[in-house]
Write a protein that binds this ligand. Structure first.
Ligand code: ASP
Length: 302
């Protein structure tokens, strides 16, 4: 039994490769890293890695995390600049007894010491995007154009369950701002006994609900991956509404140890990719219902 699930349409091509690895017996961690590094290296995917969304000062500052559900160990970097593949740094940190979460300069020095490739993560396009935003003051942030995270959950034939995330965070964020993606329990969580979960959307909202831990905790208490995603999201959204807030912009995915998956969102449409023995499928949560996306619908998806 193996399975993989990842956020957004952008994950489809790399999940095809990662699924192939799992099929050949690769470890869940290798599949997660394969799926995420491809996205980090692609300058046309502007919310992750190379060509990511700059902060207010025009720097592409990256967050990433990796968690091994069999050992409950995790590693993360946050607000780090110039690391070509943030997920590789997070994976290398996972397993350390101390200093497994590094921010800023510390994360950058770690990557250099470990011999990880470094590069200027800004592209001509990302700088142009930033210059335009500087000209247009008070621009409202919106999902898709202004932030996204690639979150990948993979299950391997040996029961290994791994969660990984990588993002440049919110476009025009304040220097030093950190979202949910590198925060354990908020942006990701994995316990191989019960399941794994990850979140994408506005980090300031997601972290208040510790959504990923909450989903895994519901799975521990017997919920299916789909039930857990819906219940965690509905509870948190109800609380936000009680507090006089709107539902916000949050989407979650989950994967159970039996390979079943779940997803939920506050958006009208949230696309994600699923790979398992039956192949790789582009799916979406639309009006609260999970469906497979047809060829014709793909182009219209965010
Ligand atoms: N959660 C990310 C952050 O707040 C952004 C996203 O996933 O859209 O940094």
């Amino acid at each position: 039994m193996h399975a993989i699930i990842a956020t957004w349409k952008m994950s489809y091509p790399s999940v095809c490769d990662a699924q192939h690895l799992l099929q050949e017996g690769a470890a869940a961690g290798d599949a997660v890293v394969e799926a995420i590094t491809q996205i980090e290296d692609d300058p046309t995917l502007n919310s992750v890695g190379y060509g990511g969304l700059p902060d207010r000062d025009g720097h592409v500052m990256l967050d990433a995390a990796y968690m091994d559900g069999q050992t409950l160990r995790c590693g993360a970097i946050m607000s780090a600049e110039g690391i070509r593949n943030p997920i590789l740094a997070a994976r290398k940190l996972c397993g350390r007894e101390s200093n497994c979460v590094l921010a800023g300069r510390g994360a950058e020095l770690f990557a250099i010491e470990e011999g990880l490739p470094m590069r200027d993560m800004c592209t001509h396009a990302s700088m142009q995007h930033w210059r335009e935003a500087i000209r247009m003051e008070h621009r409202k942030l919106s999902a898709y154009r202004d932030h996204d995270t690639v979150c990948v959950l993979a299950l391997d034939e040996d029961g290994g369950l791994v969660a990984g995330t990588s993002t440049s965070g919110l476009f025009m964020k304040a220097p030093g701002r950190v979202g949910d993606s590198p925060l354990i329990g908020s942006g990701y969580y994995a316990d191989a006994r019960y399941g794994a979960a990850a979140a994408t959307g506005v980090g300031e909202e997601i972290m208040r609900g510790c959504l990923s831990y909450e989903i895994v905790s519901l799975m521990k208490r017997g919920a299916s991956a789909q039930q857990a995603c819906e219940e965690a999201m509905n509870d948190f959204v109800s609380r936000k509404l009680e507090l006089g807030e709107d539902a916000g912009s949050m989407s979650v995915i989950a994967l159970a140890p039996d390979g079943t998956f779940g997803a939920a969102t506050t958006l009208d449409v949230f696309p994600f990719t699923v790979g398992n023995e039956s192949g790789v499928h582009l799916c979406a949560v639309k009006n609260g219902v999970v469906t497979e996306v047809t060829e014709e619908e793909v182009a219209k998806l965010p």
